[in-house]
Design a protein. Structure first.
Length: 346
């Protein structure tokens, strides 16, 4: 039996979890509200909030799991990628615990952990499986052959899917993070009302920056025409009125396009690899349009589709714990001098 304490602090969520073997005993998350007023995550404020939250969050995770520090066999933490100051807080805390308890330290890659979130709850995929990982900073199709053997076979060449949602929301005038709000308004809207272009990117890679620009130009021309032009052809007041009157349809149409871009590439990857075990992961996998679209595509193409419970989709420490557990089993421990990395070294 192995009990792992895991810490996640890569962005604006301070999270801790405890697992005993592959079973999650606790999963605590403190979301930082301070960023909402700035329309995006402010790195320095994130680091400070992590420092405030980390002790109570780890404490709560241990209590919920009915554990003491003496019960812990290893400390896992998110080492990369993420905001460097934010990673430093969780990393230093994990190192201090590992040193003082004289227990192994296990560095976890945040994106690999998102993929392995699919191994937390039943039903679980069998290997090999494909995972569409869609978050605020990444969009990847990952071929996963075993818990610790993964290959990225497609990824975005510019914005991530979450960024496409968040930046669109910002253009529309919705607060950060805009993804969940677009999802909410889209439920009431007509997804076929407005047509946004699908990028022509070869292979399994994605691109979202053109879509963002087309939405910007479309709104700048709001109500006047369907022609995408950079300059405003309507007044700011008319633009705002157009958005207000058509908010649900705009959100539904944007969401439909983002979802179709994601699912078309996933379908291509399944065809190329011959794999029919299909998973999703990352914050955007909480999107109801993507979940529904994936289920429908899965039925049509006879895939086995796996969608993690909501709490394991967005950033959380349970996924760090499960990844830490598999690394513990494989004896993949790290030195106390391991440095956090903002970049994805994967
Ligand atoms: O994985 P995650 O929690 O953090 C990162 O590692 O980036 O993903 C956050 C992203 C944000 O862009 C957020 O807007 C998006 O996930 N997101 C959603 C939904 N819930 C979260 N996007 C669309 N629909 C949602 N329901
Ligand atoms: Zn994430």
């Amino acid at each position: 039996m192995a009990t792992i304490l895991a810490i996640e602090s890569s962005c604006d969520e301070t999270a801790a979890a405890v697992c005993c073997d592959a079973k999650i005993l606790s999963n605590i998350i403190a979301t930082q509200k301070i960023h909402e007023q700035f329309g995006g995550v402010v790195p320095e404020l994130a680091s400070r909030a992590h420092m405030q939250h980390i002790v109570p969050v780890v404490d709560a995770a241990l209590k919920k799991a009915n554990c003491n520090l003496s019960d812990i066999d290893a400390i896992a933490f998110t080492q990369a990628p993420g905001l460097i100051g934010a990673l430093l807080v969780g990393g230093q805390f994990a190192k201090s615990l590992a040193l003082s308890l004289n227990k192994p330290l296990i560095a976890v890659h945040h994106m690999q952990a998102h993929v392995l979130a699919n191994l937390i709850a039943d039903p679980k995929p069998t290997f090999p499986f494909l995972c569409l990982t869609v978050s605020g900073g990444h969009t990847q199709i990952v071929l996963c052959e075993s818990p610790l053997s993964m290959t990225v076979i497609g990824q975005t060449i510019d914005d991530a899917a979450g960024e496409a949602f968040d930046k669109t929301a910002k253009i529309i005038g919705l607060p950060y993070p805009g993804g969940p709000l677009i999802d909410k308004y889209a439920k009431e809207g007509n997804p076929n009302r407005f047509q946004f272009p699908e990028p022509q990117i070869q292979g399994l890679d994605f691109s979202f920056s053109g879509l963002k620009t087309s939405i910007l130009y479309f709104l700048n021309n709001a109500g006047a025409s369907n022609v995408y032009k950079q300059e405003f052809v309507v007044s700011q007041e008319d633009r705002a009125a157009f958005i207000a009157q058509n908010l649900n349809d705009i959100c539904a149409s944007v969401q439909q396009r983002i979802v179709s871009i994601l699912l078309n590439k996933l379908s291509k990857a399944a065809l190329q690899t011959g794999i029919k075990e299909i998973c999703i992961a990352g914050g955007v996998s909480a999107n109801s349009g993507l979940r529904k679209g994936l289920q429908e595509m899965g039925e049509q193409k006879k895939w086995n589709v796996f969608i993690p419970p909501f709490e394991y989709c967005t950033d959380n420490a349970a996924m760090i714990a499960i990844t830490g557990y598999y690394k513990y089993l494989a004896g993949q421990y790290d030195d106390l001098n391991i440095a956090p990395s903002a970049k994805s070294s994967w």
